[in-house]
Write a protein that binds this ligand. Structure first.
Ligand SMILES: [Cu+2]
Length: 267
């Protein structure tokens, strides 16, 4: 019995020692953090720059992309050419060139700051994933930074080949014959739009915008978008839709305000 008590006391003592050490380390880190900028003035600045916050600000641009006029008839994709693709869907699949949401807005519109960004925004190390799933690209439209990794994934048990068709970046065309294959690519220069197609399944298509900054978004199934972290300034905002083209609007933001910029495309 006494041996057991001793063991318990020993365990408690060890636990307290660890807790004390942990606490001390935290305190040291907390104390060290604010002191850093003062201690290592100019030399530390470039090292800190790649973090998410550096040149950014606190303003937000949000809005929605409306659709007016007559929506084009939904076009069903016939996947009969590939039994795997056909078997991957229990429900009919439609093209995503024009997707009018139930609330009269458009999905898959790329909205981005076209002009006005100053400062440097190094590309994130985190990749953007472009999946091939059910013989469709996911996402259909997306933004990526120049130099940011693009992870191309084949979630299907059939051959896809991903054929990027840039105008200013380097073209590539790679086959992914097996399920779960992954390929990392990147684009070096800003370019909007940049098309992808699959030479095996002619219905497969996707677009991305390549930017030198992180201020871009794609409208969702409510037709809305949000661009956060903008520094104060005057900006030209562009909305690009693959069938209806591009529209621009000017906006000025300051501080941590949120400005609304709505667009409307006519069918
Ligand atoms: Cu394919």
């Amino acid at each position: 019995m006494s041996k057991r008590v001793a063991t318990l006391l020993l365990a408690l003592a060890i636990a307290l020692t660890f807790a004390a050490c942990g606490g001390k380390e935290e305190d040291e880190e907390e104390a060290a953090a604010p002191a850093k900028p003062a201690a290592s003035t100019a030399a530390a600045a470039p090292a800190a720059a790649p973090a998410a916050a550096p040149a950014g600000g606190g303003a937000t641009i949000t809005g929605k992309v409306a659709f007016t006029g007559t929506a084009p008839a939904k076009e069903q994709i016939k996947m009969d050419a590939d039994a795997y693709c056909k078997g991957a869907h229990a429900e009919p699949v439609y093209t995503q060139e024009v997707v009018v949401n139930g609330n009269g807005t458009l999905e898959w519109v790329l909205v981005y700051v076209k002009e006005g960004v100053t400062g440097s925004y190094p590309p994130p190390a985190t990749p953007v994933t472009l999946d091939q799933k059910g013989c469709q690209y996911s996402p259909h439209i997306f933004g990526i930074q120049a130099g940011q990794p693009l992870k191309i994934v084949n979630s299907d048990g059939t051959l896809h080949n991903i054929h990027a068709l840039p105008k200013v970046n380097a073209e590539f065309n790679i086959g992914q014959p097996f399920q779960k294959m992954e390929t990392l690519k990147k684009f070096d220069k800003a370019e909007v739009p940049l098309r992808f197609k699959c030479d095996v399944h002619k219905w497969m298509g996707a677009y991305c915008g390549v930017f030198n900054h992180p201020f871009f978004a794609t409208t969702n199934d409510q037709g809305t978008f949000e661009i956060k972290g903008l520094p104060a300034g005057n900006y030209v905002i562009e909305a690009w839709q693959e069938k209806y083209g591009a529209q621009t609007q000017n906006v000025t933001v300051s501080g941590s305000e949120t400005k609304t910029v709505d667009f409307s495309f006519k069918g």
